[in-house]
Design a protein around this ligand. Sequence first.
Ligand code: IMP
Ligand code: MG
Length: 179
Amino acid sequence: MSEPIIETLYTAEEIAVRNAALAAEIRAAGFVERPLVVAVLKGGFVFAADLIRALHGAGIAPEVDFMSLSSYRAGTTSSGTVTVLRDLETEVAGRDVLIVDDILESGRTLAYAKQLLAERGARRVALAVLLDKPGHRVAAIEAEFVGFTAPDLFVVGYGMDMGHSFRDLPYIGHVIVSK
Ligand code: IMP
Ligand code: MG
C-alpha cells in the first residue's frame, strides 16, 4: 500500500481567521468573567491552544484545564459508555465552562462531558468544536460554537490523527488511501 495522500480541506490561514471569529462569538455570548476552558485530549489540544490565544486577543483571560475521555460505541444508550481517563483538577461549581474539542460526530463523548460538568455545578457549560460532522449524531447535542461544518470525510491534522499520525499538520486534510 502506498503512502496516504492528504488533500487540504482548511488551510492554516482559514483556521486562524475562523478562530478569531469564534473568539468574538464566545465573547458576545458572555464568556467574559474568567471562563474555564476544558480542552479535551487528545484531539482538541491544538485547537484549544490556538483558541485560548484568540480569546486573549478578544480580551478574555480563561483558566485552562484538560480532560481525557474514552468512548466505547457498543453502548445501548445515546451516551454510550464513556470513561474519564484524566479528570479536571479544577473545581467547576459556579463557573462558566467552555469545553473545547476537535470533532462533534455522534456526540456521545461530549454529551457525557457536558452533563458531567453540569452535574458538578457549573453555572453554564458550552461547547466549542473545531468541526461539526452532523451526519452521524446519536446523542441530542449541538455545539454552541462551531469552527466549520465539515463534509462526511475522515480528516487529520491540526491535532486530529489517523493511527497516531498527522496530529502535527498545521492544516486540516482529508485522507485518501490509495491501494
Ligand atoms: P463522538 O462525537 O463521540 O462520535 O466522537 C468524535 C471523536 O471521534 C472526535 O473527537 C475524534 O476523536 C474522533 N473522530 C471522528 N471523526 C474523525 C475524523 O474524521 N478524524 C479523526 N478523528 C475523528
Ligand atoms: Mg476526541
